[in-house]
Design a protein around this ligand. Structure first.
Ligand SMILES: [Zn+2]
Length: 600
């Protein structure tokens, strides 16, 4: 009996130890509940249940920026009423820094509640009003410090009467509006649209695609989905596969707007609600679709090494946004041509205008594509009156560099390979095989595999340097010739942008080294008169009536003080490129052109 008791006791001990150890080693779990009982007040309410987190304290962090939009946005500024409970009992909380809250959990399961003010309707932020809710996870959800890798579930409780929730998160079967995220990165990278929006759908490459349409707009649903299908299929051809099993477009149709933000298996787009009715507006929307969809590969998967996994607490630096954004912009135009939405002439005009725009921006001679990428955090989203003179968008310069490298590969391979092949090979090597981002050197090497020669000179001069490329030397590969229509003109140019509001013409930009710059015209000067006459309009309109060398007596009011500035008109230094196909393409040029514009 004693022996039996002994066995019995040790059995209990064993059982207890199993229970204890399984309890001690249970993986911590996180579940979020998102509600919006008073949407007109613009507050989302978040309840976060954290179980099996051991340790005296639990630290919760909210990101300060959102991936894809390289600016510190300080999302925690919108958090209020942060509280924590063990059971029903409140426990003490404190803030460790601007975006971290400490909960004195005492090793117990905790429920955290807070509210987030959401009244900024951009693709990068969150918004809630009586008509709908939209959120980016980075600006609403916190994560327990050190546990970004943990899976979580999210239950959305829409405002009463709202029947739809659209998100790229995987639904939990049998539980309405409940989703699971394998880690915080996925939760943060899956925006959510909540309300009574219209949901369109189409299939592309065997995968369900949905379009959550908020706001009325003049689109034809069946035409739009048919055209979006074409765009998505053309984009997927570049990489030869679609790396998702569901894709969501969230579209906000607004009185005015444009732009988008890419996510893991979704994107948010802002569109002008009347734009679908014109060819340029409609093609503009499809180009945006092409751009954001191309990000599904370029940046969300094939990416510079700094861009994921992310540090949400601070800036992450890379020289390579000219690839991530620039190549994406370049491909959006190429895809639009390949899918037949733009004509050959329209595509050539786009090339001419893109080169014109970059070459006429004074900042192009001040910063390189690599510097522009690196400085995104302090420049790209913080334009001021001098940005035109000192900054150049890595989107526009990067798009040109993408085109030039495409030409290099087409030339080196006699039109048998293109940038498509290099992008696919880089995708296979770094995303699929190595499962990480690429370094600057690795990217260059990846392109060199297809040019068959060193690109050190190209990168030194055009990527890290500010030299102007000999465009025609590259574009002749596909038989394009660029002509500067301004070459033999001798027109004067003021070199100042003037904006008139309420009859007051105000200087908004003064171009570096232009006539106005040299004469001392300042941003914010109000133009009162010119050559003895009162002025109420933009004086740029009268400049063509003058000759180079003429002097304009410009009267301005600067901080209320009147002054006369003699402005000597200098020659217009700007270029105006027109791109044409040469009249007879050689066999090699024709092959390269074909590969470039209709590869499959
Ligand atoms: Zn982009």
């Amino acid at each position: 009996m004693q022996k039996i008791i002994h066995y019995w006791a040790s059995g209990v001990l064993l059982l207890l130890s199993v229970i204890f150890s399984s309890s001690a080693s249970a993986a911590p779990t996180i579940s979020y509940r998102l509600s919006m009982p008073e949407p007109h007040t613009h507050y989302f309410e978040v309840e976060m249940r954290l179980e099996d987190f051991r340790g005296k304290n639990l630290d919760l962090t909210m990101p300060v920026w959102t991936p894809g939009s390289y600016l510190i946005r300080e999302f925690p500024k919108n958090v209020e009423a942060f509280q924590a409970f063990v059971g029903d009992k409140p426990v003490s909380t404190s803030k460790l820094d601007k975006n971290t809250w400490r909960v004195a959990s005492g090793g117990k399961d905790v429920t955290v509640k807070y509210k987030v003010y959401a009244f900024e309707l951009t693709v990068r932020t969150s918004f809630l009003d009586a008509s709908h809710g939209y959120l980016n996870g980075t600006s609403v959800f916190m994560y327990p410090e050190g546990h970004k890798d943990l899976p979580s579930t999210l239950t959305v409780v829409p405002f009463k009467g709202w029947s739809k929730v659209s998100t790229g998160l995987a639904p939990v079967p049998g539980q309405q509006f409940t989703y699971r995220a394998p880690n915080y990165d996925v939760l943060a990278d899956s925006p959510i649209e909540i309300g009574n929006h219209q949901v369109l759908s189409f299939e592309s490459n065997g995968v369900k695609h949905e379009v959550a349409m908020y706001g009325d707009a003049n689109y034809d649903p069946s035409q739009l989905t048919a055209d979006m299908k074409k765009v998505t299929e053309e984009a997927a051809k570049v990489f030869g596969e679609l790396p998702v099993n569901y894709y969501l477009f969230i579209v906000h149709n607004l009185p005015a707007g444009g732009g988008g933000l890419e996510h893991l298996n979704s994107t948010t787009l802002h569109a002008t609600r009347t734009a679908y009715g014109t060819r340029s507006g409609y093609n503009g929307f499809l180009t945006l679709v092409a751009h954001e969809y191309f990000h599904l590969w370029n940046v969300k998967r094939l990416r510079p090494i700094a861009l994921g996994p992310f540090d949400y607490n601070q800036e992450v630096y890379t020289n390579m946004l000219w690839v991530s954004e620039g190549f994406t912009s370049y491909y959006a135009d190429v895809i639009m041509r390949r899918a037949g939405f733009t004509s050959e002439r329209e595509h050539l005009e786009k090339i001419g205008s893109s080169i014109t725009s970059v070459e006429n921006t004074p900042g192009n001679k001040v910063v390189s594509a690599a510097e522009s990428s690196f400085n995104a955090w302090i420049k790209q989203y913080r334009p001021d009156e001098n940005s035109y003179n000192t900054h150049l968008s890595y989107y526009s310069k990067g798009a040109l560099l993408g085109m030039l490298l495409d030409m290099e590969i087409l030339k080196a391979t006699n039109g048998t390979k293109s940038l498509d092949d290099a992008m696919k090979a880089l995708y296979d090597e770094y995303y699929k095989k190595k499962k990480r981002g690429f370094t600057d050197e690795e990217f260059q090497k990846g392109i060199e595999k297809f040019t068959g020669r060193s690109l050190d000179d190209f990168f030194r001069r055009y990527v890290f340097g500010k030299e102007t490329p000999e465009y025609n030397a590259f574009l002749s590969t596909v038989g394009i010739n660029l002509t500067d229509l301004n070459l033999n003109t001798n027109q004067p140019l003021l070199g100042a942008a003037i904006s008139t509001s309420s009859g007051k013409p105000l200087v908004t930009i003064v171009t570096r080294n232009g006539s106005a710059w040299k004469a001392g015209l300042n941003v914010n000067d109000e133009i009162i008169g010119m050559n003895g006459y009162r002025v109420t309009d933009d004086i740029n309109k009268s400049v063509p009536a003058y000759e180079v060398g003429d002097v304009l007596e410009v009267v301005v009011s600067r901080s209320g003080q009147l002054m006369i500035l003699p402005v000597t008109l200098l020659k217009d230094p700007t270029v105006k490129y027109r791109a044409d196909l040469v009249s007879s393409l050689s066999e090699v040029q024709r092959k390269a052109y074909q590969k470039w514009t209709s590869p499959k």
